[in-house]
Design a protein around this ligand. Structure first.
Ligand SMILES: NC(=O)c1ccc[n+]([C@@H]2O[C@H](COP(=O)([O-])OP(=O)(O)OC[C@H]3O[C@@H](n4cnc5c(N)ncnc54)[C@H](OP(=O)(O)O)[C@@H]3O)[C@@H](O)[C@H]2O)c1
Length: 327
């Protein structure tokens, strides 16, 4: 019987348990996939702790790559035996095999390996929509400054490279000298060690006092206020995560005096709600990876059975780039 990692209760990494999980046949609109690798994402931690709740017991994991083993009725874009990868709701990729909705599963190009496929879908599609769809009202032109927090992480290193390819001057924040160096190596125009430096003051200095057009903020609670103070008038606060904790309620009135700012809270799952939108975004990502403008850096690999350690390392800010779990 296929094995999977489940939680029976919300809590710490110790809740992650290896279980035998029967996998049936796909129904209409579904496929069965046998995983070669799955991706680790910070959202897995929110789901484990219960910050984002779901029905229990819950098999975690929202990103994976493998071989399509069976195809349900009405699925026309995938065939048995094909290589595929996905970022998808509901969770369940921490498993040897699973049945899942087919609409967000994409055929993996021949020149992209399973490990890369598993590492890049959720993080790469996120970087795609952030840079290309979550746009400030005044638009983004080559040369414009944007601020991206946690720039040496999984989404971060992809965003650094993609922003550079788009001609943007990405100012990346990261904790520590080594992480800052990594962000610069991957295309960030500037890096700020926000563990030591006042990132608001540094952004003002770098931009000649003007501020940035967009802040991409996945850190949440700890950076929220500072991020708003880095924006130029009509700038966009694109909040997309809570690695340091959720942003507390705020008064919209504060956005006026700071320069008539815009705030949005984005999630990938709105962007990949349909087969068509998922495929269009994935094609863009595959193109960026195949052209070499975005390299998927996998810095950590763990056996699926050691997922608890992977969670501890991600939470403790010990990882850089992407992390995969191997069934
Ligand atoms: N809304 C969406 O559509 C969407 C999709 C994908 C990811 N996300 C979000 O994007 C972020 C990045 O995801 P990822 O999977 O690529 O993770 P990651 O960036 O590889 O890891 C998270 C990073 O956040 C930074 N961080 C800052 N404060 C932290 C704290 N108190 N505890 C732990 N880490 C902290 C750390 O980097 P430093 O040490 O450099 O500070 C850490 O390495 C996460 O917040 C995730 O939830 C959102």
């Amino acid at each position: 019987m296929p094995r999977a990692i489940q939680i029976a209760a919300f809590g710490g990494p110790e809740e992650l348990q290896l279980v035998d999980l029967p996998v049936g046949e796909p129904g209409p609109g579904e496929i069965r996939i046998r995983h070669h690798a799955c991706g680790l994402n910070f959202i897995d931690i929110y789901q484990r702790t219960g910050l984002y709740t779901g029905p229990l017991p819950l098999t975690l994991g929202m990103e994976g790559a493998g071989i399509v083993e069976a195809v349900g009725e009405d699925v026309t874009h995938l065939r048995v035996g094909e290589r595929a990868a996905y970022a998808s709701n509901p969770p369940g990729s921490y498993s040897e095999a699973r049945v899942m909705p087919a609409k967000t599963v994409c055929k993996l190009p021949d020149d992209i390996g399973f490990e890369t496929g598993a590492a890049m879908m959720l993080k790469g599609l996120t970087a795609q929509y952030l840079l290309k769809k979550a746009r400030p009202v005044e638009g983004l032109e080559p040369g414009d400054f944007v601020l991206f927090h946690a720039a040496a992480g999984g989404v971060g290193l992809i965003a650094c490279q993609w922003a550079k390819a788009l001609g943007l001057q990405l100012i990346g924040t990261a904790g520590g000298t080594a992480k800052c160096a990594l962000a610069l190596e991957h295309g960030a125009a500037h890096a700020i060690d926000y563990a030591k430096e006042d990132f608001v003051a540094r952004v003002k200095e770098i931009t000649g006092g003007k501020g940035v057009k967009v802040v991409y903020d996945s850190v949440g609670k700890d950076t929220w206020e500072g991020s708003l103070n880095c924006l130029r008038p009509f700038g966009l606060m694109a909040s997309f995560g809570n690695a340091s904790g959720p942003v507390p309620p705020f008064a919209p009135g504060a956005l006026g005096p700071k320069g008539s700012l815009y705030v949005t809270r984005q999630t990938l799952f709105t962007h990949i709600a349909t087969r068509e939108s998922t495929q269009a975004m994935a094609d863009d990502l595959f193109g960026a990876v195949l052209s070499g403008s975005v390299k998927i850096r996998i810095d950590q690999r763990y056996p699926l059975t050691e997922v608890a350690q992977a969670h501890r390392d991600l939470e403790a800010r010990k990882t850089t780039g992407c992390t995969i779990l191997l069934p």
